[in-house]
Design a protein around this ligand. Structure first.
Ligand code: IPM
Ligand code: MN
Length: 346
């Protein structure tokens, strides 16, 4: 028997609801095999912060490090000042655990309605850098609150950080039928970081000669995501551009209720973390309305990362079958989870 030691950070709002269903599908996927799942819940998020003032302590982080993977629901609550949990918990996890590949598939499954009139075939992955860029918190505010305030957010891009994520993106492109990589940046304006990214893609391309590449400025990329998303195979981009593009990717492929993500540490020096792209949705929290599909698809990414490729494919195929039949049927969070779990168990 092999045991998956899973750290569970259900978090805030609908996070707890969707994670419960994600875990049910995970259990169903390994049922009858020699793989067992052992879960450790972590009380992190708004409740903990209100009770203790803590977001993520060193002890929490050490305990999480001992696990094989992390399943995360959602972080954030209107009762907590903006940025406290985002920076102190979610981004702290991504940074501390070196999740430099933030993998976000953009796939339009049959039966899912896209808001695009003629979406064509949409099947790409965004490799969003996860540990650098404007997200590092490098900057500050002078003369805060005065008419003379000066605020800076300095984007950090290191050759080391860019190269490792670009190499990962090339490897992913090489493993896909179309073998195409698009770098998205804005090197006509952000000349320092932009040219580092451009030069890095050029240099690493030599290691992957069968991968074709092209380049789009981020503004143009948003146009193509709307007018011709089928042109994309693998996109590599920085942390902030990737954040924005993956919300657009979710929107054109059926909405954030379906968008999965993996925060991967490819070197496996720490556990990777799997989470739906959506947030805590306080407006619908506690009502059993949230779609757990994005979390279930994140569970498929988790299984794949842990080397359980067959189980991962079964979970994804189950979601695809459910989506194909779903139509306009309205089901609760638990109903969707229960039906997916039953189907995965077979
Ligand atoms: C996401 C979210 C986060 C991000 C926020 C909540 C910090 O928007 O996972 O896309 O910007 O990365
Ligand atoms: Mn986002």
């Amino acid at each position: 028997t092999r045991t998956i030691d899973l750290a569970v950070v259900a978090g805030d709002g609908i996070g707890t609801e969707v994670v419960e269903q994600g875990l049910a599908v995970l259990e169903a996927a390994v049922a009858g095999s020699d793989v067992k799942v052992s879960t450790t819940p972590f009380d992190l998020g708004a409740r903990r912060w209100h009770a203790t003032g803590e977001t993520l302590t060193d002890a929490d982080l050490d305990a999480i490090r001992g696990h094989d993977a992390i399943l995360l629901g959602a972080i954030g609550d209107p009762s907590v000042p903006s940025g406290v949990l985002e920076r102190g918990l979610l981004l702290k996890l991504r940074f501390a655990l070196d999740h430099y590949v933030n993998l976000r598939p953009g796939k339009l499954y049959p039966g899912v309605t896209s808001p695009l009139a003629d979406p064509g075939e949409i099947d790409f992955v965004v490799v969003r850098e996860g540990t650098e860029g404007p997200y590092v918190g490098n900057g500050g505010s002078l003369r805060t609150g005065t008419p003379h305030e000066i605020a800076t957010e300095v984007s950090l891009n290191t050759a080391f950080g860019v190269e490792r994520v670009v190499r990962d993106a090339f490897a992913r492109a090489q493993a896909r039928p179309r073998k195409h990589l698009t770098l998205v940046h804005k090197h006509n304006v952000l000349v320092h970081a932009g040219h580092l990214w451009r030069r890095t893609v050029e240099a690493v391309n030599a290691e992957f000669p069968d991968v074709t590449t092209d380049y789009l400025h981020v503004d143009a990329a948003t146009i193509f995501l709307t007018t011709k998303p089928s042109r994309f195979d693998v996109i590599v981009t920085d942390n902030l551009f990737g954040d924005i593009l993956t919300d657009q990717a979710a929107a054109i492929t059926g909405g954030i209720g379906l968008a999965a993500s993996a925060n991967i540490n490819p070197d496996r020096t720490a556990p990777s973390m799997f989470e739906p792209v959506h947030g805590s949705a306080p407006d619908i929290a506690g009502q059993g309305k949230a779609d757990p599909t994005a979390t279930v698809l994140s569970v498929a990414l988790l299984l794949d990362h842990l080397g359980l490729g067959d189980e991962a494919k079964r979970v994804e195929a189950t979601v695809a079958a459910d989506l194909a039949e779903r139509g306009s049927r309205v089901r609760s969070t638990a109903e969707v989870g229960r039906e997916l779990a039953a189907r995965v168990a077979g």
